[in-house]
Structures are given as structure tokens and as C-alpha cells.
Write a protein that binds this ligand. Structure first.
Ligand SMILES: Nc1nc2c(ncn2[C@@H]2O[C@H](COP(=O)(O)OP(=O)(O)OP(=O)(O)O)[C@@H](O)[C@H]2O)c(=O)[nH]1
Ligand SMILES: [Zn+2]
Length: 267
């Protein structure tokens, strides 16, 4: 884009009006004695979906940092940053390690795990799913590389249906339904997660070039729609147990997860 050369304040106003009439956007910046921020404006009659998305990405504060501290863990020394989501007041956390801005500028980009909260798997070590082992593996892999981030998204419990509904879905899986039908039987979406908050947290951390640790192609494409360059997908090897093999197979066969599993049932 070429910007007009402005030599007089009146020229600036004329150039801005011409640009607005043309369907463009204009940044109106305060002078240094005022709040010192800029407003993005455009003519309402020229607004498009694409421009609206641009406005929201650039001007909405989707998340706000609310706390930050050193976080030594069993896997290595991380930094914990808490973010509060403006839309629903949920607190999320990023565990970061190393120089993210240098990694972001490097050819390989930043190693990132965007992890959906799973209280039963992450905290209690439930064997009904593979979430806990995936989280631990991601922390270990990032610690080994020395740089990266785990974005822990709360409010994603049960793929967005919440803990109570997830337990109801488990109960119906114990009566023969698979993970997809169990959600549908409850009148709930199979996967109601949105990755906008995860993308906003990454943006706040100054990260936009990533290698994403996931087996879920929907997560990969979901994040890809948010001003992020996804350089690679790093597979996450699940720990397979007799308790979770049916669950993992349904994720592979009905939800498209890219995962290698043993062909026969485990004893
Ligand atoms: N509704 C429902 N949610 C589940 C079930 N088991 C695990 N979850 C939730 O699924 C979410 C994790 O999603 P997964 O599809 O396992 O994995 P993913 O994060 O999409 O993909 P990866 O990046 O490969 O781990 C967590 O929020 C869990 O609480 C289940 O049986 N039913
Ligand atoms: Zn889980």
C-alpha cells in the first residue's frame, strides 16, 4: 500500500476523506499530549465482512493480562502468564519458556501446544482420555527444546460442553455410545470449541509463527484462520491403554484425528 505524502494538516484531512470515500480505512492518531492511541475508522457503507474481521482482530482487546510469575515445574522453568477473556471473564494461562521473540523470528518458529482444559485427565490422571499425557509430553518437549509455549484454554472442558455434560457423555459411553453420539444424544455439539482466545493470547505473547503440537486437523485449521502462520504440525503420540483405545479410535475414525493406533484391541 502506498501512503500519500502529507505536507500540511489540511492535506491530511483531504487524503483521509478521499481514502474513506474509496472504501479504505484510516488510522486517526492522537497527538502526544492526549491519550496517545489511534482510532481505526472507515465509512459504514463500505464495510465488508473482511474489514469487520480486521477491525475486531486489531482493535478488540479479546484478552487482558492479569498476572505473571515464574513457574518452576517438574519439566523445567516456565513463566506463567494469566489472561482474562473479555467476552466471558474466563481465566486462561500460558506457560512460556525461553526467548519467544527470537524463536518467532527464526525459520522454525515457536513450538506451541494449545491445550483444551480436561480436569479429569489433566488433574486426576483419568485414563478415559489422553489429555493428561499429551499435556505432560508437550511441557517436556518444550523444555527439551528450551523455548515454546503451552496455551491452556479453560472453558474448553468436554470440547466446550462443560464438565457435568462430559460426565453424562461418559455415562452413556459406558452403555455403548461412542464419544460423538454421546454428545449428540445430549443435544450438544460434538465439538463447540473456538480458538480465537488462544490466537489472541499468542498475539499478546508476540507469537505468530508456530509449530503446533496436535493430532487434530480442526484445531490446526481453526488456529490457522487467526493471523497465525502455521509452519508445521508436530504429532502428539497418545499413551494407549485398554481404557482409552475405543475413545482414541473414535477420534481417529469419526473426528479425523491423525493418530497411529494398534490394529487390535488391547487386553
Ligand atoms: N464431550 C467429551 N469431551 C471429551 C471426552 N473425552 C475428552 N474430552 C474433552 O476433549 C478435549 C480435548 O480434545 P481432544 O479431541 O481429545 O483433543 P484435541 O485437543 O482436540 O486434539 P490434540 O491437540 O491432538 O490433543 C478436552 O476438553 C476434554 O475434556 C468425551 O468423551 N466427551
Ligand atoms: Zn481428557
Amino acid at each position: 500500500m502506498t501512503l500519500p505524502r502529507i505536507t500540511h494538516p489540511d492535506d491530511a484531512v483531504r487524503a483521509a476523506l478521499a481514502r474513506l470515500a474509496d472504501g479504505g480505512m484510516v488510522v486517526v492518531a492522537d497527538d502526544k499530549d492526549r491519550e496517545n492511541e489511534g482510532d481505526l475508522i472507515c465509512a459504514a457503507e463500505h464495510m465488508t465482512h473482511k474489514m469487520m474481521a480486521f477491525f475486531r482482530r486489531r482493535t478488540d482487546q479479546i484478552v487482558r493480562r492479569t498476572g505473571e510469575a515464574r513457574m518452576p515445574t517438574d519439566y523445567g522453568r516456565f513463566n506463567a502468564v494469566c489472561f482474562r477473556s473479555a467476552h466471558d471473564d474466563i481465566e486462561h494461562v500460558a506457560l512460556t519458556m525461553g526467548d519467544l521473540s527470537a524463536a518467532n523470528a527464526s525459520a522454525a518458529g515457536v513450538l506451541v501446544r494449545v491445550h483444551s482444559e480436561c480436569l479429569t485427565g489433566d488433574l486426576f490422571g483419568s485414563q478415559r482420555c489422553d489429555c493428561g499425557s499429551q499435556l505432560q509430553a508437550a511441557l517436556r518437549t518444550i523444555a527439551e527444546e528450551g523455548t515454546g509455549a503451552v496455551i491452556y484454554l479453560r472453558g474448553h472442558e468436554g470440547r466446550g460442553i462443560g464438565l457435568g455434560h462430559k460426565l453424562q457423555a461418559y455415562e452413556s459411553q459406558d452403555h455403548g455410545r461412542d464419544i460423538v453420539d454421546a454428545n449428540l444424544d445430549l443435544g450438544l455439539p460434538v465439538d463447540g470449541r473456538d480458538y480465537g482466545v488462544g490466537a489472541a493470547i499468542l498475539a499478546d505473547l508476540g507469537v505468530n509463527r508456530i509449530r503446533l503440537i496436535t493430532n487434530n486437523p480442526h484445531k490446526y485449521s481453526g488456529l490457522g484462520g487467526h493471523d497465525l502462520t502455521l509452519l508445521d504440525r508436530i504429532a502428539s503420540r497418545p499413551s494407549v491403554t485398554p481404557e482409552n483405545i475405543a475413545y482414541l479410535r473414535t477420534k481417529r475414525d469419526r473426528m479425523g484425528h491423525l493418530v497411529d493406533l494398534p490394529p487390535v484391541a488391547l487386553a
